[in-house]
Design a binder for this molecule. Sequence first.
Ligand code: GDP
Length: 421
Amino acid sequence: MAKEKEHINVAIIGHVDHGKSTLIGRLLYEAGQIPPHIIEQYRKEAEQKGKATFEFAWVMDRLKEERERGVTIDVAHRKIETNKYIVTIIDCPGHRDFIKNMITGTSQADAAILVVDVAECVQPQTKEHVFLARTLGINQIIVAMNKMDRVNYDQKKFEECKEKVAKLLKLVGYKIEEVPFIPVSAYYGDNVYKRSDKMPWYNGPTIFEAFDMLKPPVKLIDKPLRIPIQDVYSIKGVGTVPVGRVESGVLRVGDKVIFEPPGVVGEVKSIEMHHEPLQEAKPGDNIGFNVRGVSKKDIRRGDVTGHLDNPPTVAKDFTAQIIVLQHPTAITVGYTPVVHAHTAQVACRFVELQKKIDPRTGAVKEENPQFLKTGDAAIVKLEPTRPMVIERVKDIPPLGRFAVRDMGMTIAAGMVIDVTP
Ligand code: GDP
């Protein structure tokens, strides 16, 4: 039997209207990921509405509707098979959803496609998403220089914008020589799946080919078990069933587990995924598992399951590198916004502003700054106002990243460098 292909999660990021959903639609459509019966259904819908006359437009129509309703249906599997990988596309519809998807979301991004409209080039959200991607530890990036059709597939326009994007990527620390810049038209399909004959000056990869140039994701399977809890059910005749995604390690039937912060201990009686029983669950699996010895009231969303002999870390305080994305005034010691990490949301107090740093090199710009403003990168110490599990990003990446939210905005993104248990 052929070896199963490795999975890789790729987030689509970029400024609003630069063509993210069109690119996703084009990829899925041309990679043959939309089954004929679904296309037929779209055709009928379009006909009834008296809209759109060609196939790709039906697909886009439906994708748009999905986004507007904030749901994911039919096309939502968003998986593309390349020579090397099964690529799952992580869509981040609203700007705000981006943070949520990246941090608490269903998938952890291993790489990102940055979509840039060549005519508009770098815009505020382009910058913000790039900063965020970097801070969250997404080390690989593919740049889709989109809407080439609107600049007549002109190489000069491409180069001009490429320079600006390259400067931005370099500034936050991406190794620019490893980043493919691909001139595409998502709308017409140039260099997305098929090579375009409209840009003879370009001989690099298509978006589809660039997926195979990505390095395989870090293996989380060999790390300690961590399952952030999304929900807890009490099922008649079964018992307590916490639900969550395995972020690292392996959970097996019969394992002795602990839920932190409450410190409750139980034994795994069964594991289920998509209504199928499993003997073991691996990173990426969204599971429900029945535990003996734990009652529904003992645990809740935001708690983390680990093995009894290697429990999740409950932080008294933690040191983190953050980037301030937007703050109307300034962050000072004592400020207590909400930290969103894995499935937990806990108010945390800034207890020390240790250093202001250069986000690119990490070089110290100022020791013990009095305040931090939009655009600043810093090393800070935070103290949760109630017990919370958080890990060093280098130990367990998905549990070491967080967003800081306040006033309905994402104030900062960060990663944990050190934890005081
Ligand atoms: P998103 O907000 O980044 O997801 O952007 P959309 O995919 O919704 O695209 C915004 C608008 O740009 C839509 O009207 C698209 O039809 C249009 N668009 C997207 N890609 C292209 C392209 O390659 N060429 C042209 N001419 N228009 C495009």
